[in-house]
Ligand binder design. Structure first.
Ligand code: PGA
Length: 249
């Protein structure tokens, strides 16, 4: 049995004082949760405050990005060690906004994922097709390309989590129908099975992301291959994030 995982991606929202308040509310709301693993990913400037607020609580903290080099003259970048040292345990890699706005490639995703694994951070590697790609029937080809381009070189993928986030469902209010998401999750698991074998395919968690809300969380999660969520907008309010997690009970 794969334990569900719900990660909140706070994106470029919340200044530190607001982040800490949100973390404090989550702490109260979710203190008895033992049915799901929980992660929040605030902006860099809020990491220290949120980590300190959540000390001793089963909500872990992640970053939204990292750079693959250990250190050096890379103005504006954050290294894996900086994240680990600050108390982060997770990192989102290859989010569609990073791919689309900042030009991240599968090769970048590979380097970032390798750097995260090397130091002991848990990467959540994102894949997802655009509306155009879906409409032209290219979904599987795109997803497979991103998956193998990002993680295909690893021999052991047991430290990884995958997030399927159709670009057309992110922040649009348009969620993939449970069956639509399940089809892609099934395809991802089959692809993993073919390359890494049964054990890897059975144990890896594949999250769904894209307009997840308390109202649709239960239905989506009831699909066999959907192991939790990467939540954007609805993770910015303690009530809705907690309600999504409660829907998985
Ligand atoms: P959304 O974002 O839940 O606001 O659609 C999801 C994400 O970008 O991870």
């Amino acid at each position: 049995m794969r334990k569900p995982l719900v990660a909140g991606n706070w994106k470029m929202f919340t200044v530190p004082s607001v982040s800490i308040k949100l973390a404090a509310e989550l702490k109260t709301r979710l203190s008895d949760c033992d049915w799901a693993d929980m992660v929040v990913c605030p902006p860099y400037t809020s990491l220290a405050g949120v980590i300190s607020e959540l000390k001793g609580i089963a909500i872990e903290v992640g970053a939204q990005n990292l750079y693959w080099e250990k250190e050096g003259a890379f103005t504006g970048e954050i290294s894996p060690k900086m994240l680990l040292d600050s108390g982060c345990k997770w990192v989102i890699i290859g989010h569609s906004e990073r791919r689309a706005i900042f030009g991240e490639t599968d090769e970048n995703v590979f380097k970032k994922t390798r750097a995260a694994l090397d130091i002991g951070l848990n990467p959540i590697v994102c894949v997802g097709e655009s509306l155009e790609q879906r409409d032209s029937g290219a979904t599987e080809e795109v997803i497979k390309g991103q998956l193998l381009g990002g993680i295909g070189e690893f021999i052991d993928i047991s430290g990884l989590t995958i997030a399927y986030e159709p670009v057309w469902a992110i922040g649009t209010g348009r969620t993939a129908a449970p069956q639509q998401a399940q089809d892609v999750h099934r395809f991802l698991r089959d692809t993993i099975f073919k390359k890494w074998g049964r054990k890897a395919a059975d144990s890896i968690r594949i999250l769904y992301g894209g307009s997840v809300k308390p109202e649709n969380a239960g239905d989506i999660r009831s699909e066999n291959d959907i192991d939790g969520f990467l939540v954007g907008g609805a993770s910015l309010k303690a009530d809705s994030f907690a309600a999504i997690i409660e829907a998985l009970k």
